[in-house]
Design a binder for this molecule. Structure first.
Ligand SMILES: [Zn+2]
Length: 410
């Protein structure tokens, strides 16, 4: 694949000139010791090397002799030899609280396919976090209940946030009560559009903590329905799309994850509204999806959990942040072992074993499942069994009486 290695870097269209870019850096020094090296340049303390150069010695920059590969083509072989413990099947039965099984739960054949995959992984209950409501909820539950798997799927219903204004709450509560009678066991996943893009009839942005919504959160408390809510996205998605951005590749691949434009509310604005919602409804149990997008700052999430006894959280799609800080993540999950639930998010059976391996082993320096999320390796957290059991199923069972409680280890 020599050809791949020679692929020139893409044009740096969105890259601002780095501090210390050519011109400001010192004059070329000619060839360094050992012949064959590219032209070296000196930089000043606090400066960075010009683009395309490596700081080979303090304040001395040099370009590689060959065109460097792009970040998508650089795939170095890992030469570290260290014990490897793959975990195809979770140690304890699992409830996937952040399930998006799609059409698989809408037919007998789909359910059989889904369960065959989940059995191999030891996922016992799949929560459907797709806001099924009304007739769609009734139809899906009829299919599930007519199958041999009626105890293995549970459904979270949705809230329709269109038209929030006079009369909205009464209608929304009536629908919620209907959906609960039909068999919904919670609310969610309230998607990130709530806060970012959902509008009120007058065209203004519907704030997450809008007082017009208070009655629905109170109804969730009265009906003992946990509210599974996804707010915003990783903070880096609001940062400039330059080569300092930890999520550059993900943002370059996904236009709908870029919030640099002022048309979007700022990340911290959304966090403030979200936290105000959680605090102003202490009787409502909220589950913040994706560790509230604070998996890269567990201290911040710890403070929230300390301040909000009604708050729970969930680990879907943020394994890359837990696995890069195995000691801090271990201590966090031990300390908050009664507050964190397992969820996977996107349904890809081959990806679950990465979670088992991070949570259950003490393996070192292994791949995450998507290169665009993480340019770094994973380390196992080696969680104790008592914590694994709470993470995998006990917390979900406690929070959600509508999940069949039998058949799990005590
Ligand atoms: Zn989701």
């Amino acid at each position: 694949m020599a050809q791949t290695a020679q692929t020139p870097a893409p044009p740096q269209t969105e890259q601002p000139a780095p501090p210390g870019a050519a011109g400001r850096a010192g004059a070329p020094q000619g060839r360094g010791r050992g012949g064959g090296r590219g032209t070296q340049v000196q930089i000043q303390p606090g400066q960075e090397c010009p683009a395309g150069m490596s700081e080979v010695r303090p304040l001395t920059c040099q370009p590689p002799e060959f065109p460097p590969p792009s970040i998508v083509d650089y795939r170095p072989r890992n030469t570290l030899v260290t014990p490897e413990h793959l975990v195809p099947r979770a140690k304890f039965p699992v409830i996937d609280y952040h399930g998006h099984p799609g059409q698989l739960i809408n037919s007998a054949e789909g359910l059989a396919t889904l369960m065959a995959a989940l059995d191999k992984l030891n996922v016992k209950v799949m929560m459907s976090a797709n806001t099924l409501s009304g007739d769609a909820l009734v139809r899906t539950l009829a299919t599930v209940n007519a199958s041999p798997y009626k105890d293995r799927v549970r459904i979270l219903t949705g809230i329709n946030f269109n038209g929030v204004g006079p009369g909205w709450a009464e209608k929304a509560i009536a629908q919620l009560e209907t959906d609960v009678k039909a068999g919904a066991v919670g609310v969610g996943e309230i998607m990130k559009g709530f806060g970012i893009s959902t509008r009120k009839p007058d065209g203004s942005r519907l704030h997450i903590d809008d007082p017009a919504l208070d009655p629905i959160w109170d109804a969730c408390a009265r009906l003992n329905l946990p509210v599974f809510i996804h707010t915003a996205d990783p903070a880096e998605f609001w940062q400039p799309l330059d080569f300092k951005n930890e999520r550059w590749l993900e943002l370059a691949l996904n236009a709908d994850r870029r919030y640099q434009s002022e048309q979007f509310p700022r990340f911290e604005e959304l966090m403030t509204e979200r936290d105000h919602l959680f605090k102003s409804h202490p009787k409502t149990k909220f589950i913040a999806a994706h560790l509230g997008w604070h998996a890269n700052d567990l201290g911040r999430l710890s403070k929230m959990l300390d301040a909000m006894p009604n708050l729970y959280s969930e680990v879907g799609a943020v394994l890359y942040d837990l696995g890069r800080q195995p000691r801090a993540a271990h201590d966090f999950l031990v300390k908050y072992q009664d507050r964190i639930l397992f969820g996977k998010d996107a349904y890809q059976p081959e990806e679950y074993p990465y979670y088992w391996r991070v949570f259950e082993t003490k393996d070192e320096y292994f791949d995450y499942y998507r290169d665009y999320h993480a340019f770094w390796k994973m380390y196992g957290l080696d969680l104790p069994d008592v914590v694994l059991q709470k993470l995998y199923y006990k917390n979900a069972l406690k929070l959600t009486p509508g999940i069949p409680q039998a058949g799990f280890p005590k």
